[in-house]
Write a protein that binds this ligand. Structure first.
Ligand code: BG6
Length: 481
């Protein structure tokens, strides 16, 4: 990819954590790789009173430390030349006049990106103020960071607010999981290989597991996390996108709307949960102290009686031709035994009685998205020696080693796509709202439920109840198989 379009990127929340840790370091990587137009400019804005020199100083101490590769002082100095700063308080219309002048004052800006890395409560006002100075014209794109709502109604409200000033094709809703190479590779794996696609359905697949496990706890984000929880933080967005990419039909093309049409069909085909059925199909967990590590309730800024979930497991079903009858187990958690994001397809048993030990372990396809990018197909081979026993071995590929080329961080790819006006890796409104609709009965059930979440020891694989969720169907989580 080569972004040779000139651009002005206006970064709201420029002094914030996301900008310093991810966005600016990723833009640096794109700069070093020669992917940014030479005149492309980054205009950081936030409420903090400072000038460009002070902002660049702040980047020295807060952004530079997050650059993990390809760093040189010379490149960094050249990158800083692209960066300017303007104080803008989202609530002050007059600040937007200076912003408008700063952007319109450039000669060749036919491509303006406004990245709202701020709390969503500011989106409406920011959009209104942007529109007042013409910064919602057709050549302007607006990027919205999550969380986009805390439930269906608030998400609709945000979308309505933004839609008053921007057309849907100008709106880029970020889910950084979609920027991950490994998730995009799923489409190549599925639709570029005849050996997989014919087996990718309920005739051959017994169950599917999607996991995003993290080893870290909530760290310093207790206050945010306690009003958010794992369902809103990870399931409604990242896990849902993994589900879509795993289960969708082949799109007509890789154009934005063709891809998004197919993804939204998956979410809409999910068998709806009800407040009652949540009890059998969803497990809410919370980590407890173990091995010298704090439990969730002992974390900073977390109320001692909090019911907020740090773990969720869901047994979902997609009610369509391809998948009817196949359980999709989705789970995510903080403070789990390992850090891994993976997709596991458990194939059906062949019921083949030819071998001495019959078929003890059916085929399994494990696609690890991170930290490693691997694909392993577990298959039967004969155990050497007399007799006819079989055992299961992995046939695997490590994509990091097998495929040459720089693997960019998710945000780099997404930023370049916005600059280039490519919408395929961003959420469309209907997709986002369908995902909220699916999780609403879970939120409603939990709001009424007086039972505390199931405890699980810090650095374990989650609560016992999540094991039972699978056992009912004769299944086990991947690490237990
Ligand atoms: C973010 C969540 O969206 O994703 C975090 O807010 C979480 O709580 C993070 O840690 C996980 O992203 P990744 O790319 O590290 O798997």
């Amino acid at each position: 990819m080569n972004t040779q379009t000139d651009f002005d990127l206006v970064l709201f929340g420029a002094t914030g954590d996301l900008a310093m840790r991810k966005l600016l370091p990723c833009l640096y990587q794109a700069h070093v790789a020669g992917l940014l137009h030479p005149q492309g400019r980054i205009l950081g804005v936030s409420r903090s009173e400072m000038d460009t020199a002070a902002f660049r100083e702040k980047m020295e101490s807060h952004a530079k430390i997050h650059i993990k590769q390809h760093f040189s002082e010379q490149d960094w100095a050249a990158f800083l030349q692209r960066v300017e700063y303007l104080t803008v308080d989202v609530t002050r219309a007059e600040d937007f006049r200076s912003l408008g002048e700063a952007v319109h004052g450039r000669k060749n800006t036919d491509n303006v990106v406004i990245y709202l890395s701020t709390a969503p409560k500011f989106f409406a006002q920011a959009c209104e103020n942007l529109a007042a100075v013409g910064l919602n014209a057709d050549h302007v794109r607006v990027v919205l960071e999550k969380p986009l709502g805390t439930d269906l109604a608030t998400s609709q409200q945000i979308n309505d607010d933004v839609a008053r000033f921007f057309k849907e094709e100008q709106i880029y809703r970020i889910d950084h999981y979609l920027g991950k190479e490994s998730l995009q590779n799923l489409l190549a794996l599925r639709f570029g290989n005849i050996v997989f696609e014919p087996l990718w359905n309920n005739k051959y697949v017994k169950s599917v597991q999607l996991t995003i496990a993290e080893q870290l706890g909530v760290e310093e984000r207790g206050e945010f996390y306690d009003i958010t929880g794992a369902l809103r933080d990870m399931v409604q967005n990242h896990l849902m996108q993994m589900l879509c990419m795993t289960a969708m039909e082949a799109p007509k093309s890789l154009d934005a709307d063709d891809v998004r049409d197919e993804k939204v069909k998956v979410i809409k085909a999910l068998k709806p949960l009800t407040v009652e059925s949540v009890n059998e199909n969803v497990v809410r967990g919370q980590y407890t102290a173990a091995g010298g590590v704090n439990g969730y309730l002992q974390e900073n800024n977390v109320p001692a009686d909090s019911f907020t979930e740090t773990y969720v497991a869901i047994k979902a079903e997609i009610d369509n031709e391809r998948w009817r009858g196949v359980p999709f187990y989705l789970r995510t958690g903080k403070r789990m035994a390992g850090k891994v994001a993976e997709i596991v397809l458990n194939f059906k048993d062949l019921n083949q009685k030819l071998f001495e030990n019959s078929v003890v372990a059916p085929n399994r396809l494990v696609i690890e998205l991170q930290p490693n990018e691997t694909v392993s197909l577990y298959m039967q081979v004969k155990t050497p020696g007399a007799g006819n026993r079989v055992e299961r071995v992995p046939l695997g590929v490590d994509l990091g080693k097998a495929v040459a080329g720089r693997r960019a961080e998710a945000y780099e790819r997404l930023l370049l796509d916005v600059i280039d006006g490519k919408l395929a890796l961003f959420n469309r409104r209907d997709e986002l709202e369908a995902a909220w609709e699916y999780v609403m009965p879970i939120l409603d059930n939990w709001a009424q439920n007086t039972q505390a979440p199931h405890g699980y020891a810090a650095h374990s694989w989650g609560p016992e109840a999540a094991r039972s969720l699978l056992a009912a169907n004769g299944d086990k989580w991947h690490e237990e198989q």
